[in-house]
Ligand binder design. Sequence first.
Ligand SMILES: [Cu+2]
Length: 311
Amino acid sequence: MTRGLAGSERGLAVSPVKGMVLVPGGTDTIGSVDFYPEERPLREVQVDDLWMDEHPVTNAQFRRFVKDTGHVTVAEQAPDPADFLDADPADLVPGSQVFVGTPGPVPLDDWTRWWAWIPGANWRHPEGPGSSLHGRDLHPVVHVGYEDTLAYARWANKSLLNEAEWEHAARGGLHQATYPWGDDFTPGGKIMANTWHGQFPFENLAPPGSDRTSAVKQFPPNNYGLFDVAGNVWEWTTTPWSETHSISDPPAPACCAPQPAGLSEHDRYVTKGGSHLCAPSYCHRYRPAARQGHSIRSTTSHLGFRCVIRA
Ligand SMILES: [Cu+2]
């Protein structure tokens, strides 16, 4: 165990797997009282040492997993009619939610204006049929459901992490700072994360290569060496969704645990980190404390994941 080592000694610890960094455990305060209600109240948590993927799982990594296992993702399977009794059977085909934007300003009270459910959209075709991963090997994989992340973790001999672990890691040791790098969104004018630039959701002023997802490691890491913990893609955790931050996290799942039985289409889990679609005018969630509930099979073009190995 490495707990208790001084920072410089921690830096010498050798990762068990390439591309993972040590997140030192300890006591931390998660949540925030300065932003959205679901981030309240503040809660003290105890987190163990973790080896954590230094960036979200990429398309190249996910491709190796699929090649090895033949895994078929949630978005590549037709929804079960038993879960959607009111649906027209013609609509129950494989597909996923894709951000499509709008031609001009719209009221920001209805996300269905800028999201479209696109048949044939999946991790290999992030914007639907005709789109591909060309040039995006190092972008985070998207359109993955909760069960896909569990299957990947099993294959990689890793596990997923709960919300407290994720938030503690993203904070990088900066107690209650707004962002993973401090309190200033653009310190010295520097852009620190892939978030929305321009007026949401019609004016995308992001630099070429990050107008949707961007390659991992394009922005500085936090103090623990973790890249893309804010922006780029939301990330799944194993914490069931609750409307407040007051409910404690489930025990961290062991490596390679079998899929939990009885998961329902409508179960929601906490996702963390915000995405390239977060804009201050609409969704200021590219912060460690921010959280959203996501239905386990509701896959999207802005939601991915990363894994850990428990030290
Ligand atoms: Cu957001």
